[in-house]
Ligand binder design. Structure first.
Ligand SMILES: Nc1ncnc2c1ncn2[C@@H]1O[C@H](COP(=O)(O)OP(=O)(O)OP(=O)(O)O)[C@@H](O)[C@H]1O
Ligand code: SF4
Ligand SMILES: [Mg+2]
Length: 395
C-alpha cells in the first residue's frame, strides 16, 4: 500500500479561484518527492490540504489517502492525531512558525504530551533527544526561538515534526532563508532521517537544483497543476515541458558552458488563479506554443515509462519539436494524444459534477494547529533536447 496517494485534488479558497486544480501524487515509504514551481503555483496550498490545515470555508475535493485512510473523510479528532503521528509539516519560515514566548523544548514536548502517553518529564527528555537527533545539544531546549540562529530554528522545526514518529514529512521551503552551508547541513539531515526511519518526504522548493540533489522524484507545478513529473535528475537535466525546462535553465550548472548565459529567466508573470489563460495555461509565456495551445487544455500524459508531462509536444509523432525543429523523436502514438485530450475532458466533466466537499476547519482551530500549537528515460529525451537547442539558439 502507498504511504500517500493523492487523486484529483482540487482546492478553492473561500471567495477565490482554484489554487490547486486536479493534482495526482504518490509517495512511498523511503521515497523523497520534490515539489517545485514559481511563487503562487499552489505548492503550500497542496501541502496544507494534505493535513486539512486550510482556512475555514476552503473547498477541497478529490482523495487524499494516507496509509490507505481517507484524510478528507476523517473526523477532526482523527485528523489531529494523524497530523502528528501520520504526517507532519515543517512549515515555510521557521521564525514565524515557532511560538516566540515559549521555550523550544516545551514546544517540541507539547505534541508528545498531547498525542503520546508521556509524563511531562518523559516528554521533556524526548524533546532533548530529538534536539540531539537533529544536531543540537539537548540543553538548547531551554532557549527561546529568538536565541537561536535561523539554521538552529529550522532544526527545532524538524525535531518538532519528528516528535510523534510520523510516517510522512512535508517540508515546505525548509532551507529557503538559510545560507548555503546551513542549507546543505539541513538537507543532509533530512535525507539521513528519511533513510534511517524509512519515512516518506515531500519537499517543496523553488530551487530545482536543491530538489534534484535531494529527492528521488520531482513534480513541477504550474498554475495549480503538476505539468511534469519523473525521476528528479532526468526532470532537472532534461525536462520535457517548456515551463519545467525554463525553470531548470534558471539555475546555472558548474562546468556547463551554456550556463555562462544563465540564468535565462522566463518572460511574463505567473497567471492569476482568478483569470487563468484558456487552453494550456502556460501558452502566453510559451515560446514553442502552437495555434491550438490557446484553446486545448493539456493534461499529463506518458513521456516515458516513469515520466509524465502536460504538453502537446510530448507524445506526438513527427510533430515539430519545441522551437519548430521537425523530426524530434516521437513518443507514443498519435492516438495517445487523442486519448489525452479525451481524458482531460472526462476529468473536467467529472470534476464539475462532483460535489465539492467543504472541509475547512473552524478558523481558530486551524490557526491553533498551524501556528499556536507547535507547528508541529530516454523516451521523449529528444523533445527535451529540442527545447534546449531552441533556447540556446535564442539570443
Ligand atoms: N489563505 C488564502 N486565501 C486565499 N487565497 C490564498 C490563500 N493562501 C494562498 N492563496 C492563493 O492561492 C494561490 C497559491 O498560493 P500558495 O501559497 O499555495 O503558493 P506557493 O506555490 O506556495 O507560493 P510560494 O512559493 O510563494 O510559497 C495564490 O494565488 C495565493 O494568492
Ligand atoms: S501545450 Fe503548447 S503552450 Fe503548453 S507548454 Fe506545450 S507547447 Fe507550450
Ligand atoms: Mg508556499
Amino acid at each position: 500500500m502507498r504511504l500517500l496517494e493523492v487523486r484529483d485534488l482540487e482546492v478553492t479558497y473561500a471567495g477565490g479561484a482554484a489554487a490547486v486544480r486536479g493534482v495526482d501524487l504518490t509517495v512511498d515509504a523511503g521515497q523523497k518527492l520534490g515539489l517545485a514551481g514559481e511563487s503562487g503555483c499552489g505548492k503550500s496550498t497542496l501541502a496544507l490540504a494534505l493535513l486539512r490545515l486550510l482556512p475555514s470555508g476552503t473547498r477541497v475535493s478529490g482523495e487524499i489517502l494516507l496509509d490507505g485512510e481517507d484524510v478528507l473523510g476523517m473526523r477532526w479528532g482523527r485528523v489531529r492525531a494523524v497530523r502528528w503521528a501520520g504526517a507532519s509539516i515543517v512549515f515555510q519560515g521557521a521564525m514565524h512558525s515557532l511560538n516566540a514566548v515559549h521555550r523550544v523544548g516545551d514546544q517540541i514536548a507539547e505534541p508528545i504530551l498531547l498525542h503520546r502517553t508521556a509524563t511531562p518529564t518523559g516528554a521533556r527528555k524526548k524533546a532533548g533527544e530529538l534536539l540531539e537527533h537533529v544536531g543540537l545539544p539537548a540543553a538548547r531546549a531551554s532557549a527561546y526561538p529568538h536565541e537561536l540562529s535561523g539554521g538552529q530554528r529550522q532544526r527545532v522545526m524538524i525535531a518538532m515534526a519528528l516528535a510523534c514518529d510520523p510516517r510522512l514529512i512535508i517540508a515546505d521551503e525548509p532551507t529557503t532563508a538559510l545560507d548555503v552551508m546551513i542549507q546543505a547541513q539541513i538537507l543532509r539531515l533530512i535525507e539521513q532521517l528519511v533513510a534511517d526511519q524509512d519515512l516518506g518526504l515531500i519537499m517543496i522548493s523553488h530551487d530545482l537544483a536543491v530538489l534534484s540533489d535531494t529527492c528521488d522524484r520531482l513534480a513541477v507545478m504550474y498554475a495549480g497543476r503538476v505539468v511534469e513529473e519523473g525521476p528528479a535528475q532526468s526532470v532537472y537535466e532534461n525536462a520535457h515541458h517548456p515551463y519545467a525546462r525554463a525553470l531548470s535553465a534558471a539555475f546555472p550548472r558548474i562546468g556547463d558552458p551554456a550556463s555562462r548565459f544563465a540564468p535565462r529567466g522566463l518572460p511574463g508573470d505567473p497567471p492569476d488563479p482568478a483569470a487563468l489563460p484558456s487552453g494550456c495555461t502556460f501558452h502566453p509565456r510559451c515560446s514553442v506554443a502552437l495555434d491550438g495551445c490557446a484553446t486545448e487544455d493539456q493534461r499529463l500524459r506518458d513521456a516515458g515509462p516513469v515520466r509524465r508531462a502536460a504538453c502537446v509536444h510530448v507524445g506526438v509523432p513527427g510533430s515539430a519539436g519545441p522551437g519548430g525543429r521537425t523530426g524530434a523523436t516521437s513518443v507514443g502514438a498519435g492516438a495517445e494524444v487523442g486519448l489525452g485530450v479525451e481524458a482531460a475532458v472526462e476529468t473536467e466533466a467529472d470534476t464539475a459534477s462532483a460535489a465539492d466537499e467543504a472541509v475547512g476547519e473552524p478558523a481558530s482551530e486551524a490557526v491553533g494547529d498551524a501556528v499556536g500549537e507547535p507547528a508541529g528515460d530516454a523516451v521523449g529525451d529528444a523533445v527535451g533536447e529540442a527545447v534546449g537547442e531552441a533556447r540556446s539558439s535564442t539570443p
